[in-house]
Design a protein. Structure first.
Length: 72
């Protein structure tokens, strides 16, 4: 079993979830971490799941509207 950390954050970088858990492999960890985010009501926010410094999953924050200084 490996130790993983799931972190959820708001658009401004505020942490809304930061918990460690164990899983047998990266795929199981991804599913378990996403479940933890869903259960805490943070599934549509920025998130990452890491194992010993390796990024297993990452989702950017959903920024409303157009970003300043972009061509879009």
């Amino acid at each position: 079993m490996e130790t993983y950390t799931v972190t959820g954050f708001e658009n401004d970088g505020t942490l809304v979830l930061n918990e460690m858990f164990e899983a047998s492999d990266d795929q199981s960890a991804k599913q378990q971490g996403l479940g933890m985010l869903r259960a805490a009501g943070h599934e549509h926010k920025g998130a990452r799941i890491v194992r010993r410094g390796q990024l297993i999953y990452f989702e950017r924050c959903k920024l409303p509207g157009k970003l300043k200084g972009t061509a879009s």
